[in-house]
Design a protein around this ligand. Structure first.
Ligand SMILES: *[C@@H]1O[C@H](CO)[C@@H](O)[C@H](O)[C@H]1NC(C)=O
Ligand SMILES: *[C@@H]1O[C@H](CO)[C@@H](O)[C@H](O)[C@H]1NC(C)=O
Ligand SMILES: *[C@@H]1O[C@H](CO)[C@@H](O)[C@H](O)[C@H]1NC(C)=O
Ligand SMILES: *[C@@H]1O[C@H](CO)[C@@H](O)[C@H](O)[C@H]1NC(C)=O
Length: 597
């Protein structure tokens, strides 16, 4: 039973703020998009369908939080490393009381009381599970089942409204207009692994110009990464005071038996150890060996193997397609990404570094959503957590799995070809990790890279090196295909091909920037170990340090390019480039740098 809008004037009078004029309570479009590329309307959702609405209240002090973050991440600032507490961050993202009251009042007008919804600790999100019909009334919209050309279904709408007086108090309501489907960033799997056989016959002589085992040119193991990134001889000193986290989505389960096989193969001293499993929103943990997740196993085996005995956490977040639009379904097709952020921001203790190997083409992520999620990463950075994200596996055309069915086409109605940067890699508050291959290292062809096209301008920390790269591009290069003023990615790189991992009891060889992100995160975890052992706080948001004091602590990658969207993509060059960023890490050099601040 819902109240009419007339009933609300009385409630509004109890607020200390001036009651809005009745006309401003009329629904007004809050967000609308064109029919998304690749999706068609399929059917009317079942009347039993429920939807978990996430209402994001405005965060009036988010710019203050950003100022804090930039100060505490700047190695030349006296506040460097003075991370904020959970409570301090929450106070800075808390909405105005007026916003809370007006949103509560609106919910009450639809029969939703305080006990029917949950709030985030900072009160900046209200989450309420409602029948779709009620969501449609509240948002003055009509949902449809949409089908993607590849068969996936989502229950979404292309437009929603809110009473006009709420517009300034609510940033967004989702899932409404978000058609993103977060993909794991792994590109190539060889199963069974025929490349591994070659390892044993690899020549005994060292690779030209390096001290690295020649077998590493064929198959990447824990030992190879240690040799390549100068980690040999470093043993974690304070594992009890440090930890590393891996996010898992899309029913990806990290199998413990496979981890033991991997350890037995590559790190015998770790056999018998495991990681902490954390379920988010009912995320499952299927330990059936046949259902092991390739992505999850890759991330867990390399991140936890490289940092052993530092404790590892794996979050399994539920909620995704495959949604089946069959009659009577009550399935919820929520959007899992912010569920993880909510969960983790509510934790008092967090790992010092977290790696994510999922992402989606920036243009499929609505602006309000992208900004809120990016603000969530900012909050984690302010609390001292370093975040690494895969830069993507489609070169400059990251929206793409298949260059034949290119999605390097804008969804803004113009249908023009543009490079497709990836989100969250395009958020300036995360560290985007591109890929390399071979020894000596060159850029791997699929390494995602480019420039935020829609939402995020180039942050100051990368201004100097990105300007230099752009100044050296031949005049008119790819004019009209990318936004040279956008946040540029990746920031750094790491090996992204021929990783030897175990899945469902077998060794396989796998590639993708999915491998690069946990590898780089592991290096960061070890840098944090070195800092914590010296009584220093962990690194937190990395980029301002990497782009200043860290510039010479990377192996510059100068060969290779990242084709996509029918072009050869960008070139890897001397200095920063949009294929491998600053390059791959040299742990000893980075350690010398990070112990100075
Ligand atoms: C390393 O592997 C690459 C790709 O397979 C090959 O082209 C290159 O010749 C190899 N390098 C050496 C030194 O064997
Ligand atoms: C494991 O999963 C496979 C495939 O999904 C299934 O056939 C098998 O019955 C499962 N085994 C157990 C013990 O549940
Ligand atoms: C853009 O593509 C969509 C989907 O294929 C199509 O419906 C629309 O008419 C196209 N618009 C233009 C301006 O070509
Ligand atoms: C990449 O390098 C090739 C070879 O030097 C050159 O022809 C091409 O113009 C370069 N592309 C870009 C985008 O810089």
């Amino acid at each position: 039973m819902k109240l009419t809008w007339f009933g609300l004037g009385v409630l509004a009078c109890t607020s200390p703020f001036v009651a809005a004029a009745p006309s401003s309570r009329a629904p007004k479009v809050k967000h609308s998009i064109r029919e998304p590329y690749g999706w068609t309307k399929h059917s009317v959702p079942s009347p039993n369908h429920r939807i978990e609405l996430r209402i994001g209240l405005a965060q009036p002090n988010i710019d203050v939080l950003e100022k804090h973050l930039l100060e505490i991440s700047d190695p030349d600032h006296h506040r460097y490393g003075q991370h904020l507490t959970k409570e301090e961050v929450e106070a800075l993202v808390a909405p105005h009381d007026e916003s809370l009251e007006l949103v509560d009042e609106w919910l009450a007008s639809h029969g939703i009381q305080e006990e029917d919804f949950t709030r985030s600790p900072a009160q900046d999100w209200v989450i309420v599970d409602v029948p779709l019909s009620l969501a449609e009334t509240m948002l003055d919209t009509t949902y449809n089942v949409w089908q993607h050309t590849d068969g996936d279904y989502l229950v979404r709408t292309t437009s929603y409204s809110l009473p006009e007086h709420l517009h300034e108090h609510v940033d967004l309501v989702q899932p409404t207009t978000i058609f993103a489907r977060w993909k794991g960033m792994r590109s190539t799997i060889f199963w069974p692994d025929n490349e591994i056989e070659e390892t044993s016959i690899a020549s005994a002589k060292q690779l030209a110009g390096t001290d690295v085992d020649p077998a590493c040119n064929v198959s990447i193991t824990i030992d190879c990464i240690r040799q390549l990134y100068n980690l040999e001889g470093y043993t974690p000193q304070v594992p009890e005071s440090n930890s590393i986290g891996i996010t898992g989505y899309l029913e990806q389960f990290a199998n413990i038996e496979d981890l033991q096989s991997f350890y037995n193969d590559q790190l015998p001293e770790a056999v018998g150890t495991s990681f902490e499993f954390v379920s988010v929103k009912g995320g499952l943990n299927d330990q059936n060996l046949s259902n092991a997740g390739v992505e999850a196993n890759l991330d867990v085996q390399f991140a936890f193997g490289l940092t052993f005995p530092t404790p590892g956490t794996f979050w399994s977040t539920a909620g995704r397609p495959p949604f089946k639009p069959d009659l009577g379904s009550t399935e919820n097709t929520n959007e899992p990404y912010n569920d993880w952020l909510d969960f983790v921001l509510a934790q008092p203790e967090l790992p010092s570094v977290i790696s994510t190997s999922y992402g989606e083409s920036e243009q499929t992520v609505p602006e309000d959503y992208a900004r809120r999620a990016c603000a969530g990463f900012m909050q984690l950075g302010a609390r001292g957590v370093s975040l690494t994200f895969s830069s993507g596996d489609g070169g400059v055309g990251d929206g793409d799995d298949d260059p034949e069915t290119t999605t390097c086409i804008t969804n803004d109605g113009r249908n023009i070809t543009r490079f497709m940067p990836l989100f969250p890699s395009s958020c300036p508050y995360v560290t985007s990790v591109g890929g390399t291959n071979n020894v000596p290292e060159i850029a791997v062809f699929f390494s995602g890279g480019g420039f935020s096209d829609l939402y995020f301008p180039r942050p100051a920390y990368q201004d100097a090196v990105v300007s230099e790269y752009l100044a050296n591009l031949p005049q008119g290069t790819y004019e009209g295909l990318f936004n040279p003023n956008g946040r540029a990615a990746p920031d750094v790189a790491a090996q992204g091909r021929r990783f030897r991992i175990w899945v469902s009891g077998q060794p396989i060889s796998i590639g993708g920037t999915s491998a690069s992100s946990p590898t780089f995160a592991a290096v960061v975890a070890l840098l944090n170990d070195a800092r914590i052992a010296e009584g220093l706080p962990p690194l937190g948001f990395l980029n301002p340090l990497l782009y200043s004091k860290g510039l010479d602590a990377f192996n510059d990658i100068t060969i290779g390019n990242n084709p996509g969207c029918g072009t050869q993509g960008f070139n890897s060059t001397v200095g920063w480039d949009p294929v491998t960023g600053l390059g791959t890490p040299d742990f000893q050099k980075l350690k010398d740098v990070v112990l100075q601040y």
